[in-house]
Design a binder for this molecule. Structure first.
Ligand SMILES: Nc1nc2c(c(=O)[nH]1)N[C@H]1C(S)=C(S)[C@@H](COP(=O)(O)OP(=O)(O)OC[C@H]3O[C@@H](n4cnc5c(N)ncnc54)[C@H](O)[C@@H]3O)O[C@H]1N2
Ligand code: MOO
Length: 411
Protein backbone atom coordinates (compact mmCIF):
# COMPACT_ATOMS: atom_id res chain seq x y z
CA UNK A 1 0.00 0.00 0.00
CA UNK A 2 1.35 3.50 -0.76
CA UNK A 3 1.04 6.63 1.39
CA UNK A 4 -2.32 7.49 -0.23
CA UNK A 5 -3.92 4.32 1.08
CA UNK A 6 -4.12 2.92 -2.43
CA UNK A 7 -3.28 -0.72 -3.02
CA UNK A 8 -3.00 -0.73 -6.83
CA UNK A 9 0.36 1.06 -6.89
CA UNK A 10 -1.28 3.85 -8.90
CA UNK A 11 -1.41 7.33 -7.40
CA UNK A 12 -4.84 9.05 -7.48
CA UNK A 13 -4.78 12.22 -9.60
CA UNK A 14 -5.86 14.58 -6.83
CA UNK A 15 -3.01 13.34 -4.64
CA UNK A 16 -0.49 13.72 -7.46
CA UNK A 17 -1.71 17.30 -8.02
CA UNK A 18 -1.14 18.18 -4.36
CA UNK A 19 2.30 16.66 -4.51
CA UNK A 20 3.22 18.59 -7.66
CA UNK A 21 1.98 21.86 -6.17
CA UNK A 22 4.21 21.32 -3.13
CA UNK A 23 7.19 20.46 -5.33
CA UNK A 24 6.84 23.40 -7.74
CA UNK A 25 8.07 26.92 -6.88
CA UNK A 26 6.36 29.35 -9.27
CA UNK A 27 8.61 31.67 -11.26
CA UNK A 28 9.13 34.93 -9.37
CA UNK A 29 11.32 36.97 -11.77
CA UNK A 30 9.38 39.89 -13.21
CA UNK A 31 10.09 41.61 -16.54
CA UNK A 32 8.54 44.66 -18.17
CA UNK A 33 6.78 43.62 -21.36
CA UNK A 34 5.55 45.76 -24.24
CA UNK A 35 1.76 45.69 -24.66
CA UNK A 36 2.09 44.33 -28.18
CA UNK A 37 4.21 41.40 -26.97
CA UNK A 38 2.34 40.44 -23.82
CA UNK A 39 -0.33 38.08 -25.19
CA UNK A 40 -0.40 34.89 -23.07
CA UNK A 41 2.07 36.27 -20.52
CA UNK A 42 1.17 36.17 -16.82
CA UNK A 43 0.57 39.45 -15.00
CA UNK A 44 2.91 39.85 -12.01
CA UNK A 45 1.18 42.71 -10.15
CA UNK A 46 -2.47 43.73 -9.92
CA UNK A 47 -3.40 46.31 -12.58
CA UNK A 48 -5.21 49.20 -10.89
CA UNK A 49 -6.89 51.67 -13.20
CA UNK A 50 -5.23 55.11 -13.13
CA UNK A 51 -8.24 56.70 -14.89
CA UNK A 52 -11.96 56.50 -15.46
CA UNK A 53 -13.01 54.78 -18.69
CA UNK A 54 -14.65 56.58 -20.35
CA UNK A 55 -13.00 59.69 -18.95
CA UNK A 56 -16.09 61.89 -19.50
CA UNK A 57 -19.88 61.52 -19.86
CA UNK A 58 -20.56 60.88 -23.55
CA UNK A 59 -23.32 59.98 -25.95
CA UNK A 60 -24.20 56.39 -26.81
CA UNK A 61 -26.12 57.52 -29.93
CA UNK A 62 -26.05 59.93 -32.83
CA UNK A 63 -28.86 62.35 -31.96
CA UNK A 64 -29.54 65.36 -29.76
CA UNK A 65 -28.48 66.29 -26.23
CA UNK A 66 -31.08 68.16 -24.21
CA UNK A 67 -32.28 68.93 -20.72
CA UNK A 68 -35.29 66.74 -20.00
CA UNK A 69 -37.20 69.46 -18.09
CA UNK A 70 -36.71 71.81 -21.02
CA UNK A 71 -38.19 69.21 -23.41
CA UNK A 72 -41.21 68.75 -21.07
CA UNK A 73 -41.72 72.52 -20.91
CA UNK A 74 -41.19 73.36 -24.60
CA UNK A 75 -41.71 70.17 -26.70
CA UNK A 76 -39.73 71.67 -29.58
CA UNK A 77 -36.16 72.82 -28.94
CA UNK A 78 -33.73 74.99 -30.89
CA UNK A 79 -30.43 73.46 -32.00
CA UNK A 80 -27.62 75.80 -30.88
CA UNK A 81 -24.51 73.80 -31.83
CA UNK A 82 -22.84 70.46 -32.39
CA UNK A 83 -20.73 68.10 -30.25
CA UNK A 84 -18.38 65.65 -32.00
CA UNK A 85 -16.16 62.94 -30.52
CA UNK A 86 -12.92 64.90 -30.14
CA UNK A 87 -14.55 68.34 -30.66
CA UNK A 88 -17.08 69.03 -27.93
CA UNK A 89 -19.73 71.78 -27.73
CA UNK A 90 -18.08 74.39 -25.52
CA UNK A 91 -21.17 76.25 -24.38
CA UNK A 92 -23.82 75.62 -21.75
CA UNK A 93 -27.39 74.60 -22.70
CA UNK A 94 -30.08 77.09 -21.78
CA UNK A 95 -33.85 76.60 -21.53
CA UNK A 96 -35.39 75.71 -24.90
CA UNK A 97 -32.07 74.62 -26.45
CA UNK A 98 -30.57 71.35 -27.67
CA UNK A 99 -27.26 70.31 -29.25
CA UNK A 100 -26.69 67.95 -32.17
CA UNK A 101 -24.44 65.18 -30.78
CA UNK A 102 -22.51 62.21 -32.24
CA UNK A 103 -21.80 58.85 -30.65
CA UNK A 104 -18.85 59.18 -28.24
CA UNK A 105 -19.03 63.00 -28.09
CA UNK A 106 -18.93 64.69 -24.69
CA UNK A 107 -22.33 65.59 -23.20
CA UNK A 108 -22.65 69.41 -23.17
CA UNK A 109 -22.97 71.22 -19.85
CA UNK A 110 -26.63 71.55 -18.89
CA UNK A 111 -27.79 68.41 -20.81
CA UNK A 112 -29.00 65.30 -19.00
CA UNK A 113 -30.54 63.24 -21.84
CA UNK A 114 -29.72 62.14 -25.38
CA UNK A 115 -32.46 61.38 -27.89
CA UNK A 116 -31.42 59.36 -30.91
CA UNK A 117 -32.00 61.07 -34.23
CA UNK A 118 -34.59 58.47 -35.27
CA UNK A 119 -36.84 59.98 -32.56
CA UNK A 120 -36.39 63.57 -33.73
CA UNK A 121 -38.12 65.63 -36.46
CA UNK A 122 -35.93 68.36 -37.89
CA UNK A 123 -37.33 71.61 -39.25
CA UNK A 124 -34.32 73.85 -39.85
CA UNK A 125 -32.98 74.57 -36.37
CA UNK A 126 -36.27 73.59 -34.68
CA UNK A 127 -36.23 69.98 -33.44
CA UNK A 128 -39.28 68.13 -32.16
CA UNK A 129 -38.82 64.93 -30.16
CA UNK A 130 -40.83 61.86 -29.23
CA UNK A 131 -40.17 58.80 -27.04
CA UNK A 132 -37.87 60.71 -24.68
CA UNK A 133 -36.72 59.06 -21.45
CA UNK A 134 -34.81 61.12 -18.92
CA UNK A 135 -31.11 60.16 -18.69
CA UNK A 136 -31.20 57.99 -21.83
CA UNK A 137 -28.19 57.21 -24.04
CA UNK A 138 -25.58 58.76 -21.77
CA UNK A 139 -22.47 56.74 -20.95
CA UNK A 140 -21.24 58.09 -17.64
CA UNK A 141 -17.56 58.68 -16.86
CA UNK A 142 -16.11 55.45 -15.37
CA UNK A 143 -19.10 53.30 -16.30
CA UNK A 144 -16.78 50.78 -17.95
CA UNK A 145 -13.81 51.02 -15.55
CA UNK A 146 -13.62 53.18 -12.41
CA UNK A 147 -10.41 54.96 -11.50
CA UNK A 148 -8.76 52.97 -8.65
CA UNK A 149 -10.54 49.70 -9.51
CA UNK A 150 -8.45 46.51 -9.79
CA UNK A 151 -8.90 45.55 -13.41
CA UNK A 152 -6.64 42.50 -13.73
CA UNK A 153 -5.22 40.46 -10.89
CA UNK A 154 -1.68 39.15 -10.58
CA UNK A 155 -1.61 35.61 -11.95
CA UNK A 156 -3.95 36.39 -14.86
CA UNK A 157 -2.92 35.10 -18.30
CA UNK A 158 -3.28 38.03 -20.68
CA UNK A 159 -5.81 37.40 -23.44
CA UNK A 160 -6.60 39.60 -26.45
CA UNK A 161 -9.45 41.40 -24.64
CA UNK A 162 -7.11 42.11 -21.70
CA UNK A 163 -4.77 43.79 -24.18
CA UNK A 164 -7.70 45.98 -25.26
CA UNK A 165 -8.49 46.77 -21.62
CA UNK A 166 -4.89 47.70 -20.84
CA UNK A 167 -4.76 49.92 -23.91
CA UNK A 168 -8.03 51.58 -22.82
CA UNK A 169 -6.17 52.66 -19.67
CA UNK A 170 -3.29 54.04 -21.74
CA UNK A 171 -0.95 51.33 -20.40
CA UNK A 172 1.68 50.27 -22.96
CA UNK A 173 3.99 48.17 -20.74
CA UNK A 174 3.08 45.49 -18.21
CA UNK A 175 4.98 43.71 -15.43
CA UNK A 176 4.79 40.01 -16.26
CA UNK A 177 6.58 36.93 -15.00
CA UNK A 178 9.53 35.87 -17.07
CA UNK A 179 8.52 33.41 -19.79
CA UNK A 180 8.54 29.74 -18.92
CA UNK A 181 11.19 27.74 -20.76
CA UNK A 182 10.54 24.05 -21.45
CA UNK A 183 12.89 21.52 -23.05
CA UNK A 184 11.36 18.61 -24.94
CA UNK A 185 12.81 15.38 -26.24
CA UNK A 186 11.38 12.08 -27.35
CA UNK A 187 13.05 8.71 -26.90
CA UNK A 188 12.83 5.58 -28.97
CA UNK A 189 15.02 3.80 -31.52
CA UNK A 190 11.89 3.31 -33.63
CA UNK A 191 11.35 7.03 -34.16
CA UNK A 192 11.84 9.03 -37.34
CA UNK A 193 11.39 12.79 -37.54
CA UNK A 194 8.66 13.95 -39.91
CA UNK A 195 10.40 14.76 -43.19
CA UNK A 196 12.78 11.79 -42.98
CA UNK A 197 12.31 8.96 -45.48
CA UNK A 198 9.65 6.53 -44.34
CA UNK A 199 10.69 2.98 -43.34
CA UNK A 200 8.39 0.09 -42.61
CA UNK A 201 10.25 -0.80 -39.40
CA UNK A 202 10.00 2.73 -37.99
CA UNK A 203 7.27 5.18 -36.90
CA UNK A 204 7.21 8.92 -37.18
CA UNK A 205 7.63 10.93 -33.99
CA UNK A 206 4.24 12.55 -33.53
CA UNK A 207 4.61 13.38 -29.85
CA UNK A 208 7.34 16.00 -30.01
CA UNK A 209 5.75 18.32 -32.63
CA UNK A 210 2.40 17.91 -30.88
CA UNK A 211 3.80 18.79 -27.45
CA UNK A 212 5.77 21.74 -28.84
CA UNK A 213 2.53 23.09 -30.34
CA UNK A 214 0.70 22.60 -27.04
CA UNK A 215 3.51 24.36 -25.18
CA UNK A 216 3.32 27.31 -27.51
CA UNK A 217 -0.42 27.58 -26.76
CA UNK A 218 0.59 27.72 -23.09
CA UNK A 219 2.88 30.66 -23.85
CA UNK A 220 6.12 28.77 -23.12
CA UNK A 221 9.47 29.11 -24.91
CA UNK A 222 10.53 25.68 -26.13
CA UNK A 223 13.98 24.09 -26.47
CA UNK A 224 13.59 21.22 -28.92
CA UNK A 225 16.21 18.57 -28.14
CA UNK A 226 14.97 16.23 -30.86
CA UNK A 227 14.78 12.45 -30.85
CA UNK A 228 17.17 10.71 -28.44
CA UNK A 229 18.06 7.06 -28.99
CA UNK A 230 17.28 4.45 -26.32
CA UNK A 231 20.71 4.87 -24.80
CA UNK A 232 21.42 5.82 -21.17
CA UNK A 233 24.44 8.04 -21.94
CA UNK A 234 22.59 10.02 -24.60
CA UNK A 235 19.49 10.38 -22.43
CA UNK A 236 21.62 11.61 -19.51
CA UNK A 237 23.38 14.15 -21.77
CA UNK A 238 19.97 15.46 -22.91
CA UNK A 239 18.85 15.83 -19.29
CA UNK A 240 22.05 17.69 -18.38
CA UNK A 241 21.56 20.11 -21.27
CA UNK A 242 17.88 20.66 -20.45
CA UNK A 243 18.56 21.13 -16.75
CA UNK A 244 20.99 23.98 -17.55
CA UNK A 245 18.55 26.05 -19.58
CA UNK A 246 14.96 25.03 -18.90
CA UNK A 247 12.46 25.31 -16.04
CA UNK A 248 10.94 22.01 -17.07
CA UNK A 249 11.96 19.00 -19.13
CA UNK A 250 9.34 16.91 -20.89
CA UNK A 251 10.11 13.57 -22.47
CA UNK A 252 7.91 10.91 -24.00
CA UNK A 253 8.50 7.19 -24.06
CA UNK A 254 10.69 4.99 -21.94
CA UNK A 255 8.76 5.37 -18.69
CA UNK A 256 7.05 1.98 -18.70
CA UNK A 257 8.54 -1.39 -17.74
CA UNK A 258 10.07 -2.54 -21.05
CA UNK A 259 13.72 -3.48 -21.44
CA UNK A 260 14.55 -0.30 -23.36
CA UNK A 261 12.60 2.04 -21.04
CA UNK A 262 15.60 4.05 -19.75
CA UNK A 263 14.20 7.52 -19.11
CA UNK A 264 12.93 6.83 -15.63
CA UNK A 265 16.08 4.92 -14.71
CA UNK A 266 18.41 7.76 -15.79
CA UNK A 267 16.27 10.34 -14.06
CA UNK A 268 16.27 8.36 -10.81
CA UNK A 269 20.10 8.53 -10.83
CA UNK A 270 20.47 12.09 -12.05
CA UNK A 271 17.53 13.64 -10.18
CA UNK A 272 14.64 12.32 -8.17
CA UNK A 273 11.24 10.88 -9.02
CA UNK A 274 8.17 11.88 -6.99
CA UNK A 275 5.78 9.50 -8.74
CA UNK A 276 5.63 7.48 -11.92
CA UNK A 277 2.36 5.62 -11.93
CA UNK A 278 -0.90 7.53 -11.96
CA UNK A 279 -4.45 6.25 -11.73
CA UNK A 280 -5.33 7.89 -15.05
CA UNK A 281 -6.41 6.35 -18.34
CA UNK A 282 -4.83 6.85 -20.73
CA UNK A 283 -1.43 7.68 -19.29
CA UNK A 284 -0.73 5.36 -16.36
CA UNK A 285 3.08 5.37 -16.68
CA UNK A 286 3.47 9.10 -16.11
CA UNK A 287 6.57 10.19 -14.21
CA UNK A 288 7.05 13.45 -12.32
CA UNK A 289 10.35 14.36 -10.76
CA UNK A 290 13.01 16.95 -10.21
CA UNK A 291 16.48 17.77 -11.47
CA UNK A 292 18.66 20.37 -9.72
CA UNK A 293 17.21 23.27 -11.80
CA UNK A 294 14.15 21.89 -13.50
CA UNK A 295 11.08 19.84 -12.92
CA UNK A 296 10.53 16.79 -15.07
CA UNK A 297 7.57 15.12 -16.73
CA UNK A 298 8.07 11.77 -18.39
CA UNK A 299 5.00 11.18 -20.51
CA UNK A 300 4.02 7.81 -21.88
CA UNK A 301 5.07 7.10 -25.45
CA UNK A 302 1.61 6.26 -26.75
CA UNK A 303 0.51 9.46 -28.54
CA UNK A 304 -2.99 9.63 -27.04
CA UNK A 305 -1.55 9.09 -23.57
CA UNK A 306 1.02 11.84 -24.17
CA UNK A 307 -1.69 14.26 -25.36
CA UNK A 308 -4.12 13.56 -22.51
CA UNK A 309 -1.53 13.61 -19.73
CA UNK A 310 -0.09 16.85 -21.08
CA UNK A 311 -3.54 18.43 -21.18
CA UNK A 312 -4.82 17.18 -17.84
CA UNK A 313 -1.69 16.96 -15.67
CA UNK A 314 1.24 18.84 -17.21
CA UNK A 315 -0.54 21.97 -18.51
CA UNK A 316 -2.08 22.90 -15.13
CA UNK A 317 1.27 22.26 -13.41
CA UNK A 318 3.14 24.41 -15.96
CA UNK A 319 0.54 27.16 -15.65
CA UNK A 320 1.18 27.13 -11.89
CA UNK A 321 4.96 27.15 -12.46
CA UNK A 322 4.55 30.11 -14.83
CA UNK A 323 2.74 32.12 -12.12
CA UNK A 324 -0.84 31.62 -13.35
CA UNK A 325 -3.54 31.39 -10.72
CA UNK A 326 -6.48 30.56 -12.97
CA UNK A 327 -6.37 27.23 -14.75
CA UNK A 328 -9.58 25.27 -14.46
CA UNK A 329 -11.39 22.83 -16.71
CA UNK A 330 -15.02 23.54 -17.56
CA UNK A 331 -17.21 20.56 -16.64
CA UNK A 332 -20.76 20.13 -17.94
CA UNK A 333 -23.27 17.60 -16.69
CA UNK A 334 -24.24 15.46 -19.67
CA UNK A 335 -26.18 12.31 -20.46
CA UNK A 336 -24.81 9.29 -22.36
CA UNK A 337 -26.66 8.66 -25.63
CA UNK A 338 -24.68 5.46 -26.18
CA UNK A 339 -23.02 3.03 -23.78
CA UNK A 340 -19.46 3.80 -22.61
CA UNK A 341 -17.10 0.96 -21.69
CA UNK A 342 -15.14 1.66 -18.51
CA UNK A 343 -13.09 -0.55 -16.20
CA UNK A 344 -12.79 0.46 -12.54
CA UNK A 345 -9.30 1.42 -11.29
CA UNK A 346 -8.32 4.66 -13.08
CA UNK A 347 -9.90 8.04 -13.78
CA UNK A 348 -10.69 7.78 -17.47
CA UNK A 349 -10.63 10.67 -19.95
CA UNK A 350 -12.39 9.12 -22.94
CA UNK A 351 -12.43 10.99 -26.21
CA UNK A 352 -16.07 11.78 -26.95
CA UNK A 353 -18.44 13.96 -28.90
CA UNK A 354 -21.10 16.15 -27.28
CA UNK A 355 -23.91 18.36 -28.48
CA UNK A 356 -26.86 20.09 -26.87
CA UNK A 357 -30.13 18.49 -28.00
CA UNK A 358 -33.43 20.31 -28.70
CA UNK A 359 -34.44 19.91 -25.04
CA UNK A 360 -31.20 21.62 -23.94
CA UNK A 361 -29.60 18.41 -22.63
CA UNK A 362 -25.84 17.98 -23.06
CA UNK A 363 -25.75 14.68 -24.95
CA UNK A 364 -22.51 12.72 -25.20
CA UNK A 365 -21.28 9.61 -26.99
CA UNK A 366 -17.92 7.85 -27.41
CA UNK A 367 -16.29 9.00 -30.63
CA UNK A 368 -14.32 5.92 -31.63
CA UNK A 369 -11.42 3.73 -30.55
CA UNK A 370 -10.19 4.48 -27.05
CA UNK A 371 -6.84 2.80 -27.72
CA UNK A 372 -3.94 5.02 -26.67
CA UNK A 373 -2.32 4.46 -30.07
CA UNK A 374 -5.26 5.95 -32.01
CA UNK A 375 -4.50 9.67 -32.17
CA UNK A 376 -6.90 10.20 -35.07
CA UNK A 377 -9.84 9.72 -32.68
CA UNK A 378 -9.23 13.25 -31.34
CA UNK A 379 -10.37 14.69 -34.67
CA UNK A 380 -13.80 13.07 -34.24
CA UNK A 381 -14.06 14.36 -30.68
CA UNK A 382 -14.79 17.70 -29.07
CA UNK A 383 -14.65 16.72 -25.40
CA UNK A 384 -13.57 14.26 -22.78
CA UNK A 385 -16.14 12.06 -21.10
CA UNK A 386 -14.66 11.86 -17.60
CA UNK A 387 -15.26 8.77 -15.49
CA UNK A 388 -14.14 8.57 -11.89
CA UNK A 389 -11.78 5.79 -10.91
CA UNK A 390 -14.28 3.48 -9.20
CA UNK A 391 -16.89 3.62 -12.01
CA UNK A 392 -17.64 0.68 -14.29
CA UNK A 393 -19.48 0.74 -17.65
CA UNK A 394 -21.78 3.72 -18.11
CA UNK A 395 -25.00 2.95 -19.95
CA UNK A 396 -27.15 4.99 -22.34
CA UNK A 397 -29.27 7.45 -20.32
CA UNK A 398 -26.85 7.64 -17.39
CA UNK A 399 -25.14 10.88 -16.32
CA UNK A 400 -21.66 11.69 -17.65
CA UNK A 401 -19.25 14.51 -16.83
CA UNK A 402 -18.29 16.32 -20.03
CA UNK A 403 -15.15 18.45 -20.33
CA UNK A 404 -15.14 20.34 -23.66
CA UNK A 405 -11.66 20.49 -25.22
CA UNK A 406 -9.78 23.67 -24.37
CA UNK A 407 -7.53 25.75 -26.63
CA UNK A 408 -4.45 23.71 -25.67
CA UNK A 409 -5.66 20.57 -27.34
CA UNK A 410 -8.15 21.89 -29.86
CA UNK A 411 -9.19 24.93 -31.90
N1 LIG B 1 4.02 -4.89 -19.23
C1 LIG B 1 3.53 -3.66 -19.34
N2 LIG B 1 3.62 -3.04 -20.51
C2 LIG B 1 3.12 -1.81 -20.65
C3 LIG B 1 2.48 -1.18 -19.55
C4 LIG B 1 2.44 -1.84 -18.31
O1 LIG B 1 1.92 -1.36 -17.30
N3 LIG B 1 3.00 -3.09 -18.26
N4 LIG B 1 1.92 0.05 -19.74
C5 LIG B 1 1.46 0.33 -21.08
C6 LIG B 1 1.00 1.68 -21.16
S1 LIG B 1 -0.46 2.02 -20.40
C7 LIG B 1 1.66 2.61 -21.88
S2 LIG B 1 0.96 4.16 -22.07
C8 LIG B 1 2.92 2.35 -22.54
C9 LIG B 1 3.93 3.44 -22.20
O2 LIG B 1 5.16 3.03 -22.56
P1 LIG B 1 6.42 4.00 -22.61
O3 LIG B 1 6.09 5.32 -22.08
O4 LIG B 1 7.56 3.29 -22.03
O5 LIG B 1 6.60 4.23 -24.17
P2 LIG B 1 7.26 3.31 -25.24
O6 LIG B 1 7.26 1.90 -24.79
O7 LIG B 1 8.53 3.94 -25.64
O8 LIG B 1 6.20 3.50 -26.41
C10 LIG B 1 4.86 3.12 -26.30
C11 LIG B 1 4.21 3.20 -27.69
O9 LIG B 1 4.21 4.53 -28.16
C12 LIG B 1 4.94 4.67 -29.37
N5 LIG B 1 5.71 5.92 -29.33
C13 LIG B 1 6.71 6.17 -28.47
N6 LIG B 1 7.19 7.41 -28.69
C14 LIG B 1 6.47 7.93 -29.69
C15 LIG B 1 6.52 9.18 -30.38
N7 LIG B 1 7.40 10.13 -30.03
N8 LIG B 1 5.64 9.41 -31.35
C16 LIG B 1 4.74 8.45 -31.72
N9 LIG B 1 4.65 7.24 -31.09
C17 LIG B 1 5.52 6.97 -30.11
C18 LIG B 1 5.86 3.48 -29.40
O10 LIG B 1 6.27 3.13 -30.67
C19 LIG B 1 4.98 2.42 -28.74
O11 LIG B 1 4.08 1.89 -29.68
O12 LIG B 1 3.46 1.12 -22.12
C20 LIG B 1 2.51 0.05 -22.14
N10 LIG B 1 3.20 -1.17 -21.87
O1 MOO C 1 -1.87 4.54 -19.99
MO1 MOO C 1 -1.58 3.76 -21.36
O2 MOO C 1 -1.63 5.35 -21.82
O3 MOO C 1 -3.26 3.22 -20.97
O4 MOO C 1 -1.96 3.28 -22.93
Amino acid sequence: MNSTGDTSGLMPIHYAKQLMQKAISPISEVVLCDLNACLDRIIAHDIVSPINVPAYDNSAMDGYALKYDSFIACGTLRQVGKSFAGAKFEGQLKAGECVRIMTGAEIPKGADTVVMQENARVDGKQITFHSVTKGDAIRRAGYDIKQGATLLQAGTRINPVDIGLLASLGINEVDVYRQLCVAVFTTGDELLAAGQAQRNDRIFDSNRPMLIAMLSRLGARVIDLGIIADNKVKIQAAFEHANQYADCVITTGGVSVGEADYTREVLAQYGSIDFWKLAIKPGKPLAFGRLSNSIFFGLPGNPVSAAVTFDKIVAPALAYLAGSRSFTAVTLQGVAIRDFKKRPGRTDYQRAHYFVNDAGVVSVEPSGSQSSGVLSCFRKSNCYAVFESDTGDVLKGEPVQVQPFNHIISE
